[in-house]
Ligand binder design. Sequence first.
Ligand code: SF4
Length: 358
Amino acid sequence: MIYVHVPFCKRFCTYCDFYSEIADEGCFKAYADSVCAEIRQRAGEMDDDPKTLYFGGGTPSVLPLSVLTRILIALDEAGHGGPYREFTMEVNPEDLVEKGPSYVESLLSLGVNRISIGVQSFDDGMLRWMNRRHDAAGAKEAYRIAREAGADNISLDLIFGVSHLTDEVWADTVDQTVALDPEHISCYQLTVEGESALADMVADGRYKEADDNLCRRHYDMLCQKLHAAGYHHYEISNFAKEGFEAVHNSGYWARRPYVGIGPGAHSFQGKTRSWNSKVLSGWKSTTETLSDEDARVEAVMLALRTDKGIDADFLHGNCSKEAIGWLAQSGALVRVGNRYRIPEDHFFVSDEIIRELI
Ligand code: SF4
């Protein structure tokens, strides 16, 4: 599993504190030189089970195709070229609209087989508040372009948990998403991240966080609507048509090793975790060894995010039997064969359930 971080955006969204820089042509070469050097250095760490490649950001769709091609050639020369079982490219709607169908066709011909579009909302007021570059019509146009160019595995990202998001607007956004018929939908609750513009807005009183009741109501609406539309709710924030569950992200939840290339990217090698510094070229890596306790907590937290849940013997051997007992009795944990899982109607409070267990 290989992740490549593309640290460029054309504008910063209100809620985001991912590492990224405003894109300009001058910085792509230095970035690509460093990415290719890191690929050569770390080829031996790359594990092809499952063989997935994920370009995330930032905004990978601002990357010129020539730079993307250079990185793919470097992976090929390092012995980890395509075809990949899953090759995801995150894109922003306005880039698809601006670059048109030929851009999507080029992505597909380079081996991309999954396109993740950052829609976030189908309400123009909400998109303006988020400081996104696109509007609702642009998001739909981007989807149409991707589909007509031949993309057959499209994921749409949404955000809920905004304090001024009304039930009507949220229902409409989910309905419009379903009407497009994407293979996959990711939906994340807004959180106030440390370095984001939203954190400043909270600090000086321009934004008050949404209360739990509103978030719960909108999460329930989402689950009901997507269930009715036939989506498989396979992870707290992720829904897929059968057979379109994300392979790469499922690897994260199963704690498979992965190599993160690029500034700010994280890697995991079973016993160690490392992360790259956040500079546009020549980044350095820092590694920490996970203690048994870190590994235990992480394994429980990640597995219980999914509908596959966790091996019952592992849970009994690593968590309080008393907590397992009362959580199972109250319906917050269910046993299916030799596994425990959090049922969908308790996903919203999974953090509290996991805290009880660990
Ligand atoms: S949400 Fe995406 S496009 Fe917006 S600032 Fe963050 S990385 Fe850039």
